[in-house]
Write a protein that binds this ligand. Sequence first.
Ligand code: SF4
Length: 334
Amino acid sequence: MVGMTNAERQARFRERRKAELEALRNAAPAVAASDEDDDFRPSSSVALVSALNKRSGETSIEWTEATINPFVGCTRVSEGCRSCYAERDAHRFSNSVNGPPAYAGTTKDRKWTGIINRASDASFYESLKNKRPTVYFVCSMSDFWHVNVKDEWRKEFIEIMHNTPHHTYQLLTKRPENISKMLAAINITELPSNVWIGATVEDSRVKSRIDHIRNIPAKVRFLSVEPMTAPLGSVDLTGIHWVITGGESGPGARPCKVEWVREVRDQCRQQGVAFFHKQWGTAESNPLSAAYPGKEASGITLKDFIKSIDPHAKGGAFLDGLLFRAIPEFALCQ
Ligand code: SF4
């Protein structure tokens, strides 16, 4: 991509998305049906794409291609942190002789300590070396806007993002109230145009996070409604381009109800926002579980039954018979 004109870049991304859509149609016949069904067709301002990460296989997170962690460590901030996978992984890494040294001290007794360490240079500078345009989820093992991240690290990584315009960086946080003041502290008035800013809004109690990103000048502003363990209720999506929903997965996962997800989908449709349903989290939360005939009749477990008819992500992802995997139309055109 380096050395290409803007028109060439856009043509290349269009081709890529066309191929992804074709792959999605082949993989999930129910999606093809959505084109015939106006009731369920996503807004015309968005395009269906397949899971971005399927090209790279570098992460199992459906809405990105790869993760990058310039620093590691965190602390819990709200209900959405209850089953934090990063805390579990950090505990494992910091207790393994082969674990990355950056995790030392980040957890104690299986809980975050609040110590945030800069990652190895290999991790910190990874995207500078990567010439293939990649969509990165930044800080899957931390929070870019955590108060314990040093300003100079944040500033240096923003410079890296600026100097690698062929990549896209997704910065998702549960602390969006810090963004403006932290940018001011390092004298940055504008984020690079390849940075997307997102806030996790797992339930209605933290809806005020939306206001903190609504006016941040970023190419894409997005919400992650995950893990969805309660209804979000009515939501003003002014200034928001993309909404992702997802049920909780892992040990002790809490249920995700279809009516909560439908409510978000319908508001996205009404307000012209791209909607992406990532997963149900567990087979039990998948509405198709209502069709399970039982192990005696089918000879398989509920989990395997769901996997056989809805193999996407964790617990499947079909919603009313369709796969919703939209991103903002302009998002990947640099
Ligand atoms: S903000 Fe993210 S990484 Fe930090 S504790 Fe919460 S879920 Fe885990």
